[in-house]
Design a binder for this molecule. Structure first.
Ligand SMILES: O=C(O)CCC(=O)C(=O)O
Length: 284
């Protein structure tokens, strides 16, 4: 048994979404087994290669992100026609009336070290300054990700801190939270970068297979583990349409281009989609 493993169950079949959601709520994360098959895994990996490294020139020990991956082609949209996956989406949001919120793909190459511990959501932000703060203000699971190589502390993938999803989580023992709670550092060792080691109380290095869906809650602290292979991941986030977002940026042309070619039966998921403008900054 590898280190950093829980002594409780976090693995659920895709027929037991209710059980998975109890785990997500209790521990801040869960793994839903075999959500997609290996054909779909390969389709998504190929789409990530095409979107992020078409010339195969991504150097070792580096990464590329696509922050609007649903706009990059039809691959992710196939998930909206995948009944077990959409059943999870409907259950986690407690409604079938959902729209695309945001999407991303990340490609990493061998030699990259572990990322810094962070949370994507910090409660409601009254005056967001960047696009991530606009889109991550809502308490929806920020992570519903396919780690398409699987996830394992010895290879690559994602780690989380159990129970860090709780609003009253004090932070790991021996560490001090940053004032804005974006991360933490060992007591007395303040630094701008997030702490990036596994030796944090409560650290779980998630073990999952390709095709499993790894979910973590809005507040859950997480960090990518050191990468020892070409590593593919992608996530497709929805939100209830009742959560209306008046984006402070105009709908980007890439978002409009995606909407224009969506088949009619999928256009419902674009109602309320804001796109993502990474260059947007609030006026100060
Ligand atoms: O697994 C990764 O590459 C990083 C994921 C992450 O940190 C995030 O989604 O905020």
């Amino acid at each position: 048994m590898a280190d950093y493993q829980p002594d409780y169950n976090v693995y659920f079949e895709r027929e037991d979404i209710d059980g998975a959601l109890v785990c997500l709520d209790t521990y801040g994360y869960c793994v839903i087994r075999k959500m997609i098959d290996q054909v779909m895994v390969q389709i998504l990996k190929d789409a990530i290669d095409e979107a992020l490294d078409p010339d195969r020139d991504l150097p070792l020990a580096s990464n590329r992100y696509h922050m609007m991956f649903a706009e990059a082609g039809p691959a992710m949209w196939r998930l909206t026609e995948h009944a077990p996956y959409m059943n999870y989406i409907r259950k986690v949001h407690r409604t079938a009336d959902v729209c695309l919120h945001r999407s991303a793909a990340i490609l990493r190459t061998p030699g990259e070290g572990m990322g810094g511990w962070h949370t994507d959501h910090r409660g409601h932000i009254e005056k967001p300054k960047i696009a991530n703060e606009v889109l991550n203000r809502y308490p929806m699971p920020s992570g519903s990700w396919y780690y398409l190589n699987g996830s394992h502390p010895d290879r690559s993938g994602i780690s989380v801190i159990e129970k860090s999803n709780r609003a009253d989580w004090p932070g790991p023992e021996g560490f001090e939270m940053k004032p804005d709670r974006t991360g933490f550092h060992p007591i007395g060792e303040a630094s701008d970068a997030g702490y990036n080691q596994m030796d944090v109380p409560g650290c779980i290095g998630i073990i999952a297979d390709p095709g499993d869906l790894i979910c973590f809650a809005a507040l859950t602290y997480h960090a990518n583990m050191a990468t020892h292979e070409r590593r593919y991941s992608c996530g497709f986030g929805f939100r209830p349409k009742s959560v209306r977002i008046d984006a402070p940026w105009p709908l980007p042309s890439t978002a409009q281009a995606m909407i224009d070619v969506l088949p009619d039966h999928l256009k419902q998921y674009a109602e309320g989609y804001t796109g993502y403008d990474g260059s947007w900054r609030a006026d100060v």
